[in-house]
Ligand binder design. Sequence first.
Ligand SMILES: [Zn+2]
Length: 278
Amino acid sequence: MEDCERFVPELPEIANLAKQMTKQLKGKRITGLDLTQPKCLNMSVKKFRRIVGKTAGETTAHGKWLFTKLQSDDNLLLNLGMGGDLLYHKNDTTLPKKYQLRLAFNDNTGLTATFSWFGYIHLASDMELPRHKMTSKLGISPIDKEFTVEKLASLLSGRRGAIKSFLLNQENVAGIGNVYVQDILFKARLHPLRMTQTLTESEIEALHRSTCEALNQSIRLGGLKYERDLHGRYGKYGPEHFLVAYKTGKPCPVCKTAIVKIRTGSTASYICPKCQKL
Ligand SMILES: [Zn+2]
């Protein structure tokens, strides 16, 4: 790993957390609430207290957001931002010292959310959810079965601009960030600055395949090894699985050409200059 870019959880990490939260929290009633940073909320602390007494249902991943259904018509929306952790604890002996949100449940377990910045703790009723500003425009989740080649092609049709920006725009596809996008583009043999309107049918197919492969491989391995799951365990998806991401100077796994790091707009990109020609 050559640089210490701070990782933001992307879809594989969020999808794993959602699965674990459903398993641990579903059917449990919230009995206590502790908030330390009211500015992360989308309402006053007093209003937010309506969460106490509600029972948790399923949790689902929406891009970088976690939606937990609360009985009967409410939803807890969490975005861990950067350096965020969500930890489930069986009792109060191992509580993290710093936190933004802590929920206690009726079986004496708890959930603690910690983030360094850019995190959000929102509540939205079923009625309000479609109008929730930060999530209502989120695009399709690339691990949903609705994400087909045809769907990707239709999202791309009539669009202009670089393919990397398209993939990072959460309103197109939700949950891909600057870590996974590197190998997604490499596997599809696409330069990050390739213009979307020039993509051929077979290139779109390759892009669809590489997106599903990269994200699902990480999900199987429990997400990135820099991110912790609900039980504080790190994922197993690390640099040894990366193909070109963060591998400046290393040989391309296909043609052995040295991988280069380039600037693409506001982000850094890692490419094989031979396999990913512009
Ligand atoms: Zn190559």
